[in-house]
Design a protein around this ligand. Sequence first.
Ligand code: TPP
Ligand code: MG
Length: 375
Amino acid sequence: MEEKAPRRKNGHRRPAFQMRISTKYAPRKVADGQALSCIKQTSLAPEQMLELYRYLKLTRLVEERIVNLYRQTKVVGGVYRSFGQEATAVGSAYALRKDDFITPIIRDLGACFVKGIKPREIFAQYMAKAWGPSGGKDLNVHFGYMDKGFIGPISHLGDMIPVMGGILLGARMQQKDIVGLAYIGDGGSSTGAFYEGLNFAAVQRLPLIVIVEYNHYAYSTPTSMQTAVRHLAERAAAFGIPGYIVDGNDVIACYEVTRQAVDYARGGQGAVLIEAKTYRRKGHAEHDDQRYIPEGEIEHWATHNDPVDRFEKFLLDQSVANREKLDEITAAVTREIDEDSEWAESSPMPEAEGAAYGVFDDSIAPAFRPKVLPS
Ligand SMILES: Cc1ncc(C[n+]2csc(CCOP(=O)(O)OP(=O)(O)O)c2C)c(N)n1
Ligand SMILES: [Mg+2]
């Protein structure tokens, strides 16, 4: 009789080849003419659902205001939106603990809000103001907040996955039980850094959750032109880790699948790959006129699969809230946005010499001090 392979030094047997991916939270086909809602099986309490609704509306309306400021030439640089895919970032980040870490990319503003970032910080950052989180040194979502558990993006193309692996390895050495959630686009998931980072996390059994946002495009390249796999979650098999497909426009499904992954990762079982099926309804950035999109495609998603509409329908159908309650939440969000954008607009631009600080160790005189700073 064949003997069982001995346990390896690191304590686990080679995992079985996993071609199967979980589709429990995958998008469902609905009967013709029936509007999409959200999954009903959830552990979320009604007040948590209303909080999720607030984050969804906040994300959409903050981005709308940023576009408004951009058209008035008050924004420095580009504007990147998560329009139509807000549920993925909001629902997934909501499944984390306060001390867990995230690495958001350009479509994950909602996750930053869930982590405790205020709209005023986002407005000031987009306008390169001194009171923004990077003090005008960088733009849009290029900023981090270590004490809120979020790492600023180095690049949007996969590099944050090995960085998060390093954070989690460091946390393990410090005996902290934090989980790391790294977001990546469909395009970014075809880069070398994605493979190296996830492979390392898988073999080290690090508590890393990677969410691949399949939003159909990387800049102007359709996903089918940059990868031969149909479902990006299938790639989990290459790393020997579990893979899930989730309906990225169903905020409850995004929460539930991430919560399951968080339990698995925090329980010491290792990394998880989640593919969120969604759609980028705006261009790569505000300047992109989307001429490469087939006619009717955006309208189709807008009419049938908008994450905010779907969640509203759910909340009303399930009697979690009535229309007045939802309007009240939206009105409060709008008031906050009005106040915060005004605060950011009236805040100062940075002083030139500020550029010399916060780059290297501030206790050492900046290299160009004699030329820039008064002695
Ligand atoms: C090394 C590097 N090259 C190029 C870019 C510019 N860039 C930022 S996002 C992006 C496309 C990403 O597409 P995808 O991964 O599908 O994410 P999505 O924008 O759809 O969310 C590109 C080319 C970059 N940030 N870093
Ligand atoms: Mg993409």
